[in-house]
Design a protein around this ligand. Structure first.
Ligand code: PMP
Length: 398
């Protein structure tokens, strides 16, 4: 165990610095084509209409939207999100929801309310890096579950559940960060049944589900009767409206909502009143699905450009995912490559990615990397992938 620097709690040294945050710093250099950050493309931020929504709430109800407000969140926003979830096949009421400062805060609230030090959390391996950080701060014992190209492997999860008695299973079932994989319906149902059988909760983190550009939406795990009272669904406006508004939500059974509200009071009292009001105004005035059509089409085109370029660029024996939505392609180079060690060379060649190893709980696979296709146009993606090819070629005997 590491010794904390003087004056710091031990838990302050439990989490490693985010490699993604550091990689994002590289995207500031204009000559670098960055596949690193999971940012929605700027050109699809609905700037004019978001500005109009802020103008309207500030003009019509300034004293309300500039005041403190309730911890649970803006009633209109909860209403709009509940209606949206219900339309998507998950019947929901406003009181089932707590608005959070991004889905990230929902993760922090859940680790506070559900986890004691030493509790077991099962994660897909690899998984979302900042979730691992949250569980690290909570002092949880993170147990990685094996995954294949269709997400978490059910037999392995059943064995882990029987042996480890987990408190929580954390999953990103749609277009997972970092792999881009989606969990098929039968595995979702199996996960719900295992949760009921072994008595663990499921955190179903779904910031990318509405960015589907191929195929039909899959049922939410929270919609299966077996697990409806033990699943917490997390959602976010970051990928579909604007990440800078920092708005997300959790949908949970009543008692857990209450506990999360108390925990949130200790963290930030409530999420920004004016941002919530503007989001509610926007969702009330616009059909978000219609607004998302061009972004989804562009992400599809960008993903296809990346998938078409990779076979010529990657060393023989590489494998990669083929997502139906979201933002990420996950690559595994042949054994011997170390994508962390190659990153400085890649940046020197004018291209950036996120090395895959930090996304693993336990020993990371150094031959993996995450590529985001969301932020660049197809031509730039082709150029960026050619640059990657040069990096891998000049390091062809790892
Ligand atoms: N969960 C996952 C899987 C994510 O990829 C992200 C953002 N990258 C978040 C949660 C946090 O999103 P938000 O911006 O809503 O805090």
């Amino acid at each position: 165990m590491r010794v904390p620097p003087p004056g710091l709690a031990a838990r302050a040294t439990s989490a490693n610095g985010s490699v993604i945050r550091e990689a994002l710093a590289l995207t500031a250099r204009p000559e670098v084509i960055s596949f690193a950050g999971g940012l929605p493309a700027s050109e699809f931020l609905d700037v004019e209409e978001i500005r109009a929504a802020y103008d309207r709430v500030l003009r019509e109800t300034p004293h309300r939207v500039l005041q403190y407000s309730t911890t649970e969140g803006d009633p209109n926003l909860r209403e709009a999100i509940a209606a949206r979830l219900s339309r998507q096949g998950l019947p929901s009421r406003p009181e089932d929801l707590v608005i959070t400062t991004g889905a990230q805060q929902a993760l922090a609230l859940l680790t506070t309310t559900l986890l004691d030090p030493g509790d077991v959390v099962v994660v897909e391996n690899p998984t979302y890096l900042a979730a691992l950080q949250c569980f690290g701060y909570a002092g949880a014992r993170v147990v990685p579950a094996p995954t294949d190209e269709r997400g978490i492997v059910i037999d392995a999860l059943a064995d882990i559940a029987a042996k480890e008695r987990p408190r929580l299973l954390y999953l990103v079932p749609n277009f997972q960060n970092p792999t881009g994989h989606s969990l098929p319906a039968e595995r979702r149902h199996a996960v719900a049944r295992l949760a009921a059988e072994h008595g663990f909760r499921i955190v179903e983190d779904d910031p990318y589900g509405e960015l589907r550009f191929r195929g039909e939406p899959l049922p939410r795990i929270a919609a299966y009767a077996e697990a409806s009272d033990r699943t917490v669904l997390l959602g976010s406006l970051s990928k579909v409206l604007a990440p800078g508004m920092r708005l997300g939500w959790l949908r949970a059974p009543a008692a857990l909502c209450r506990s999360c509200v108390l925990a949130k009071q200790a963290l930030d009292l409530h999420s920004s009143t004016v941002d919530q009001a503007a989001a509610a105004q926007y969702l009330g005035e616009h059909d978000l699905d219609a607004r998302l059509v061009p972004a989804r089409a562009a992400y599809r085109e960008r993903c296809e450009a990346m998938l078409a370029s990779l076979p010529h660029a990657l060393p023989r024996g590489s494998t990669w995912s083929r997502p139906d939505g979201g933002m990420f392609v996950w690559v595994r180079l042949p054994d011997g490559y170390d994508t962390g060690a190659l990153l400085p060379d890649a940046v020197h060649h004018g291209v950036a990615y996120v090395p895959g190893a930090p996304f693993f709980a336990g020993p990371g696979d150094p031959a993996t990397l995450r590529l985001s296709f969301a932020t660049h146009r197809p031509k730039e993606i082709e150029t960026g992938v050619k640059r990657l090819a040069r990096v891998f070629r000049s390091n062809s005997h790892p």
